[in-house]
Design a protein around this ligand. Structure first.
Ligand code: AMP
Length: 111
């Protein structure tokens, strides 16, 4: 299995997990861009938002709720949820993930 996030889901690679549900996993980003930087991923492999099927609406919604719960679990009450889709947008790991960033003021628009 080549996908690094699938390997984290499988327990083959370590990760600082903060939340796990039946369908989603949240863990700390290896290279945090804010004092708190979590990644929330579906356990099922999907490359990116652009690859979500119409039949995956429930999975998409569950991911957003997992962001809410992961943020709560680490005590964040103000944070940004963002997902990069495609290389030009900055996606480097092609397993859908939502970044949850907080713990400092965040500028807008992002770069
Ligand atoms: P993106 O560039 O939007 O695809 O985000 C991928 C994120 O995954 C980056 O912020 C990386 O720092 C992070 N990352 C890559 N490998 C790992 C890993 N093994 N554990 C935790 N975070 C990782």
């Amino acid at each position: 299995m080549g996908c690094v996030f699938c390997r984290i889901v499988a327990g083959e690679l370590p990760a600082a997990r903060v939340l796990e549900t039946e369908h989603a996993l949240a863990f700390r980003d290896l290279h945090p861009q804010a004092p708190t930087h979590l990644l929330v991923i579906p356990k099922e492999h999907v490359d990116a938002v652009a690859d979500l099927g119409d039949d995956q609406a429930e999975l998409a919604g569950r991911l957003l709720l997992a962001c809410r719960d992961a943020a709560r679990a680490v005590g964040l009450d103000s944070y940004r949820v963002v997902t990069n889709t495609g290389a030009d947008a900055g996606q480097s790991v092609f397993h859908l993930h939502l970044h949850v960033l907080g713990g400092r003021p965040l500028g807008w628009p992002p770069g």
